[in-house]
Write a protein that binds this ligand. Sequence first.
Ligand SMILES: C[C@@](O)(CCOP(=O)(O)O)CC(=O)O
Ligand code: SF4
Length: 405
Amino acid sequence: MYLTKEEEKIYNGEYGEVLEMAMNLLVSLGDIYGAERLIDISSAQVSGVSYKTIGEEGLNFLRDISKDDVKVSVPTTLNPAGMDLSRYEELNFPRNFVKKQLDIIKCFKKMGVEIGCTCTPYLSGNIPIYGDHIAWAESSAVSYANSVIGARTNREGGPSALASALIGKTPLYGYHLDENRMPSYTVEVEAELEDISDYGILGSLVGRIVKDEVPYFVFKNGISGDKYSKLKALGASLAASGSVALYHVEGITPECRMNKIDIDITERITVTKEDLEEEYHRLNTTEEKPDLICIGCPHCSLEEIKEVVDFIVKNNIRRTGFKCDLWVCTSIHIKVIADRMGYTEVIERAGGKVVCDTCMVVAPIEEMGYKNIATNSGKAATYLPNFCGSNVIYGSTSEVLKKGL
Ligand SMILES: C[C@@](O)(CCOP(=O)(O)O)CC(=O)O
Ligand code: SF4
């Protein structure tokens, strides 16, 4: 791979051990994937933040890498941590876990990474421009950035995203190149989709078929209502059941609107109402009552929080409260607005919690005694059984909320 004189100096350790290690990682990746050179990135998003997912080994790595005074060189945000960084006591997070999690956060902060732990950076200040090259790690955010915004990123791992954040560059291969952004499947969606959970079901079904390829969706009935949250749910689920990093939607996503997409040689799939019903049954793994209802995978937009609020108000839940725990997971950025709108108060008076910085997958929920989880997210339904040993109750936002009454 071609390196500039400056890049070579970093590679050879002239700017210290940490940057040398970061540059070596990027060059190795570039060599493996046949990149010609490195390109500048406008932002990074780093995964591997929860103590549950990175453990002691990850924490030691972060301690090591942050011990010198190296700082990230582009705006960099973090994926969710294993707990709410402000309300961990009130939410009963285990003591030892809290200590370790705070240590992890300290390391990132020292490197100049923004401590707003979310999988929806694009709703929270880390917003790429169309065509920007970025190095993001969270798979649902990669999918949103590539597909809905038209920025360009590969599915980075935690270490490679951090290396890119430090160096400010990424190797030029994969989804950074036009030729890899063309679809190989056309998915005709005949079924009419309503709730966000329907998009999760669709993503789960299509992800399993297309695996790591690029699907091109044609929604016969269009996408009604809050299209951003629905595309967020679709992309997250596609990336979880398959490893889709980019999808297109006819007439909606930017590369389609600009006529950059060629669908002549794609394989065709049709998705009917019956297909979605079958997938819905696959995602449900228990008939039991939930002990935790979790909304917000990926982290809730303000509109999704409002949906929970509308349900509570309509059903006058204030008087009786939920019979199980309810987490509405979001970023601290969105929570501030939810507080101001009075949404947090409505949810919390009904016994729920608006939880920031974490989610049901990366929090130690199994250690906290939660077993049956109700969710409206196709991605969470895919991950919960393996990641947390949970049983899943899947349904629309109002269906899963009803399960708690
Ligand atoms: C499941 C996921 O959303 C969260 C866990 O990842 P991590 O702890 O940030 O490595 C990661 C992903 O899908 O990229
Ligand atoms: S599992 Fe869902 S909520 Fe948790 S970090 Fe991943 S996308 Fe976000």
